[in-house]
Design a protein around this ligand. Structure first.
Ligand code: ADP
Ligand SMILES: O=P(O)(O)O[C@H]1O[C@H](CO)[C@@H](O[C@H]2O[C@H](CO)[C@@H](O)[C@H](O)[C@H]2O)[C@H](O)[C@H]1O
Length: 477
């Protein structure tokens, strides 16, 4: 950073961020002992603060989280607004992050005037703006908006990042944790653009680049906002609530074909290859490292450790489904959105807690398939938990029916039926349930029972493979 004094109360802001960051849903350092947060870059944007009720001033902060475990620090994007602290706050004021002296610091992404300033095109005099909207790496034919946005609102869904709906037309997704190097969301979505059939993912209009030190970093992407989109998790829960006992197979089948089409396209764009013995060993080692991590977070898993290690040994068994290729990396019902009659995939960043090198490494497509099959179980479990007369056997049948329909759709799109390779499929499903156990223990402990009960059930030899009982036909036609 330059020797210029920062135009804000640096030490007080760093103390405030040290308290605030860990409570954010998108904060990834939850498993590590946070020591303190420092601000390593502060790019001003927007006008100077007004006299009394003037506009807030914006600062795009890059916050570095330092940990007491001596491991690598993490970096976060924190655009803030600084406004005068006034008696009697106005209802439209964004909620404060902190009050520092006679100023209030708030999240700039919740403040329309600041979102507009943040997205301002570079000034004609060449003065730098913190985030320059750039059209490179975007979907051909889709360009950034020409003028400043008229409206913006924060999406309130629980997220790993922060998204803002702009003019009800665009969705600005700001990556909170910053990683240097290529961003999989940009790489993969660009590869999926221009698909001749129905769209596989919403188009990208702009990518917002910056730097972390000398290294390039993607700060945000601007994509088409699909106003009527319903995500798969919401659709599944709604279906279970409003149409109990009825099949979800038509949607599950369409999700399978969409996933298969994405895999086919990614394979064409980035290639596929048989894992070498070294890569197969690394794949299994990766699952085992995740198991060790989960064992630290979820002591209840310890009694399954031997059985899990045994199952994982088959994760890389050579089959078409364990051929390596770029995949979504964290596929679940919430990562598909229904738009009209088609399903599109979103959020290609991979598992938020995994190192970036792992997220961008080729993996077996079974990893995504397992994520989806787990998600139908999640939805059924969640429904079992709600008040109402649902019979747990009907919910299990709903999940199984949806899982088969998803596999049928996937097989139709790719020619590969994941059920033909039950041992590696089971290994990936178990690995996902173990990952989920750690995720829930850290983020939503009251949900931990969902993946834990499934680990237990899936390890029961009688439960695998999950055959469709006679007469249990899938009526999606
Ligand atoms: N293009 C879009 N149009 C409409 N809604 C979207 C779009 N992309 C994402 N969403 C909604 O925003 C939520 C979060 O998006 P996602 O990309 O998964 O963010 P995160 O990385 O923060 O988890 C999704 O669950 C979905 O409901
Ligand atoms: O969407 P993210 O990339 O942030 O993914 C993380 O959070 C998900 C929850 O929001 C989590 O998904 C798990 O819960 C879902 C229901 O909320 C369920 O549909 C998924 O099957 C289940 O894995 C995901 O694992 C995590 O990486």
């Amino acid at each position: 950073m330059s020797g210029q004094p920062l135009p804000f109360e640096r030490a007080a802001t760093e103390r405030a961020l040290t308290a605030w960051l860990p409570s954010q849903r998108w904060y990834a350092g939850r498993t590590r002992p946070l020591d303190h947060v420092s601000v390593i870059a502060a790019h001003p944007f927007g006008g100077p603060p007004g006299p009394r009720r003037g506009p807030a001033r914006g600062l795009l902060l890059v916050a570095r989280a330092h940990f007491a475990d001596a491991g690598a620090p993490e970096h976060y994007q924190v655009p803030i607004g600084i406004r005068p602290a006034l008696p009697g706050p106005r209802p439209q004021d964004p909620p404060p992050i902190a009050v520092i002296g006679d100023t209030v610091v708030h999240d700039a992404l919740a403040d329309h005037a600041l979102v507009r300033d943040l997205l301002a095109p570079p000034a004609p005099d060449g003065a730098p703006t913190p985030l320059a909207l750039r059209a490179e790496n975007t979907t051909p034919g889709h360009r950034p908006p020409a003028g400043p946005p008229a409206t913006s609102r924060l999406l309130t869904a629980e997220q790993s990042n922060t998204s803002v709906v702009i003019d009800d037309r665009y969705l600005l997704k700001c990556f909170r944790r910053l990683h240097t190097g290529p961003n999989p969301e940009v790489e993969l979505r660009r590869a999926l653009a221009g698909h001749p059939g129905p769209p596989l993912t919403p188009p990208l209009h702009a990518v917002l680049h910056g730097h972390l030190g000398e290294a390039p970093v993607t700060y945000a992407v601007l994509q088409s906002y699909l106003p009527d989109a319903v995500d798969g998790w919401t659709a599944a829960l709604h279906h279970l609530r409003t149409r109990p006992g009825q099949s979800f197979a038509r949607d599950a089948h369409a999700m399978g074909t969409a996933t298969g089409a994405v895999h086919t396209r990614l394979a064409a764009a980035f290639g596929t290859r048989r894992p070498t013995p070294g890569e197969a060993a690394r794949l299994t080692a990766r699952l085992l490292t995740a198991l060790e991590d989960a064992l630290r977070a979820v002591p209840e898993l310890a009694r399954h450790e031997t059985a899990l290690r045994h199952a994982y040994a088959q994760a890389a068994d050579p089959t078409p489904a364990t051929t390596l290729q770029r995949v979504h990396g964290d596929l679940h019902l919430g990562q598909l959105v229904r738009c009209g009659r088609t399903w599109q995939l979103i959020d290609f960043e991979g598992e938020p807690s995994a190192p970036m090198a792992e997220r961008t490494a080729p993996r077996p497509p079974l990893a995504d398939i397992a994520g989806m099959l787990r998600s139908f179980d999640y939805a059924a479990h969640h429904a079992a938990w709600q008040p109402g007369p649902a019979d747990p056997r009907d919910l299990r049948r709903w999940a199984r029916d949806s899982q088969h329909a998803f596999c049928d759709g996937y097989a139709l799109a790719t020619g590969h039926d994941p059920r033909d390779t039950p041992a590696p499929l089971r290994a990936h499903i178990l690995a996902k349930a173990v990952y989920e156990s750690a995720y829930e223990a850290r983020n939503r402990p009251h949900w931990l029972h969902i993946p834990l009960e499934d680990v237990e059930r899936l390890l029961d030899p009688a439960a695998w493979p999950p055959h469709r009982p006679p007469g249990d036909d899938t009526p999606w036609n």
